[in-house]
Design a protein around this ligand. Structure first.
Ligand SMILES: Cc1cc2nc3c(=O)[nH]c(=O)nc-3n(C[C@H](O)[C@H](O)[C@H](O)COP(=O)(O)OP(=O)(O)OC[C@H]3O[C@@H](n4cnc5c(N)ncnc54)[C@H](O)[C@@H]3O)c2cc1C
Length: 227
């Protein structure tokens, strides 16, 4: 697939994921695996089988030869989950430096607490409840933002004023990761126990960037990692 980069995908109400760069493809994995015995490509059928073999048997290092770089805009509570993945290399906007471009996430749907899983949600609240909490959330964000702006105006340090901004505030970061660790991230964050909002990002990475750029790896990952 031709690289027409960056590829920008809007997500949630004001977020996005952008593929900024990608190094390598399925052929790079095959080449890395075959360097062990100074071999080369043996044609599509054999090369595709080799990728299947490598993932099935967890010969993971050839997948580390492929590297992705993303720019991500997501709510703070999604970034906090994302940044638990220590194998990513990250740089994030600093609210010590800037008080510009503050955006907040407002969900389309308030989900209900799952009755049988303490960390999950299920179904949607009734529309009257949705309206009530949409209004209350808007009011809290307005108050927090107004107070933050007053603090900055009064000369309070940005590094301290930011503490009153809520968790639905968006943040932006650049993240790079190799394919082996990206597949691990996707296996954990596309799974049904992962929170809906981070799943939106993980699914977008998989559908828009992994599947089209690495179709043989995606095929094997669906069999051995995502099942
Ligand atoms: C559905 C879900 C619910 C979660 N709930 C919670 C929660 O309630 N509380 C909470 O604190 N976290 C929670 N987490 C986060 C989880 O515990 C992991 O921190 C996160 O998923 C990152 O996984 P990882 O460590 O495998 O990934 P990475 O940090 O990307 O690491 C990838 C792999 O590298 C290896 N590795 C990396 N660093 C080290 C190291 N220093 N030492 C040894 N091996 C290392 C490990 O094999 C690891 O699996 C949750 C995650 C998910 C998906």
């Amino acid at each position: 697939m031709d690289k027409q980069l960056p590829i920008h995908i809007d997500l949630l109400d004001k977020g996005f994921i952008e593929l900024q760069d990608i190094m390598g493809d399925d052929n790079a994995i095959v080449a890395a695996a075959r360097v062990s015995f100074l071999g080369e490509s043996k044609g599509d059928i054999q090369d595709r089988k080799l990728i299947d073999y490598l993932l099935r048997n967890r010969h993971t290092s050839p997948f580390e030869q492929v590297v992705f770089k993303f720019r991500v805009k997501c709510p703070l509570f999604v970034a906090r989950q994302w940044m638990r993945h220590r194998t990513w290399h990250l740089n994030e906007i600093s609210r010590r430096y800037t008080s510009e471009a503050l955006d907040f996430h407002f969900p389309d749907d308030w989900r209900l607490q799952s009755s049988n899983n303490k960390q999950c949600s299920e179904g949607s609240a009734e529309s009257v409840i949705q309206q009530q909490f949409n209004q209350q959330t808007q009011s809290i964000v307005d108050t927090a933002l107004q107070t933050y702006e007053q603090m900055v105006e009064a000369g309070i340090a940005r590094e301290q004023a930011r503490m009153i901004l809520p968790q639905n505030m968006y943040t932006t970061f650049i993240g790079s990761v190799d394919l082996h660790n990206l597949l691990h991230f996707l296996a954990l964050r596309r799974e049904h126990h992962a929170q809906h909002e981070i799943r939106v990002y993980a699914d977008a990475i998989y559908e828009n960037f992994v599947k089209p750029f690495l179709p043989w790896t995606a095929e094997a990952a669906e069999k051995y990692l995502f099942s």
